[in-house]
Design a protein around this ligand. Structure first.
Ligand code: FPP
Length: 238
């Protein structure tokens, strides 16, 4: 089976999963977080090299204070726990998005985790926090415009690669496979530039129930796809 080098996941359905069990949404996030702790070793076992998950969008601040506070608490605990997960899996962790909106202590925990894990390269794990693709592009364009203003870059020399190099995902390959759990079929402002040639896989399974068998199913489906990037199909029967 051909394993995608980079898998991006939209972690959706924690709230509905909890509601179906008569539990509060925050319980769904706790279970979703437990699942996230397992997904890195699953990715490693399967041979995936890059894994990028959407954990908190720039829109998610609009949720109730109780839910946002619950998520912040989970992020804090997870950043600590993730030190061990990183060392167990020899995994480098990066946070993409704009962390400046978070409390100082959480920003510090994120930095500590990123610095600690920068020694590893067997798996690259990106967590999108306070991330929105349009916000990422806005920040990239501002930075690029400043560099043009300061004469560091000639506008005539700006290429697609230059733009990639100003995004939060600079240095990372584009995703080969995007998985969205829990039934919705939209991108929700996730990696819009990076997903240009990516295969999409949507499943009704909610994030807390997304296990290794489901991960394998997604990869099998990806294997059945004809990835030709605008070229000519060799097998005309497909
Ligand atoms: C979407 O489900 C999920 C989120 C907004 C949060 C994702 C967070 C986690 C998996 C928990 C921990 C993450 C980290 C990085 C520690 P939803 O609440 O939108 O579900 P719904 O669509 O059913 O309401």
């Amino acid at each position: 089976m051909k394993i995608p080098n980079h898998v991006a996941i939209i972690l959706d359905g924690n709230g509905r999963w909890a509601k179906a069990k008569g539990m509060p949404r925050t319980y769904g996030h706790i279970k979703g977080c437990e699942n996230l702790e397992k997904i890195c070793s699953m990715a490693k076992e399967l041979g995936v090299k890059y894994l990028t998950v959407y954990a908190f969008s720039t829109e998610n601040w609009k949720r109730s204070k109780e839910e946002v506070d619950g998520l912040m608490k989970l992020f804090r605990n997870y950043m600590k726990k993730c030190i061990k997960i990183a060392s167990d899996n020899k995994m480098r962790v990066r946070v993409i998005g704009d962390p400046t909106a978070f409390d100082e202590d959480l920003q510090k925990k994120i930095k500590e985790l990123e610095e600690f894990s920068s020694q590893y390269d067997e798996l690259h794990f990106q967590i999108a926090l306070n991330y929105g693709s349009r916000d990422e592009m806005k920040r990239a364009v501002r930075e690029l415009a400043l560099d043009v203003k300061e004469g560091k870059i000639d506008p005539e020399e700006i290429t697609e690669q230059t733009i990639s190099d100003y995004l939060d995902t600079r240095g990372l390959p584009d995703p080969d496979l995007l998985i969205r759990t829990s039934g919705e079929q939209r991108l929700s402002n996730y990696l819009l530039w990076q997903l240009a040639y990516t295969e999409f896989y949507f499943t009704d399974v909610p994030w807390p129930d997304f296990n290794k068998a489901e991960f394998v199913k997604a990869i099998e489906k990806y294997n059945g796809r004809d990835r030709r990037y605008g070229g000519v199909k060799e097998d005309t029967n497909v």
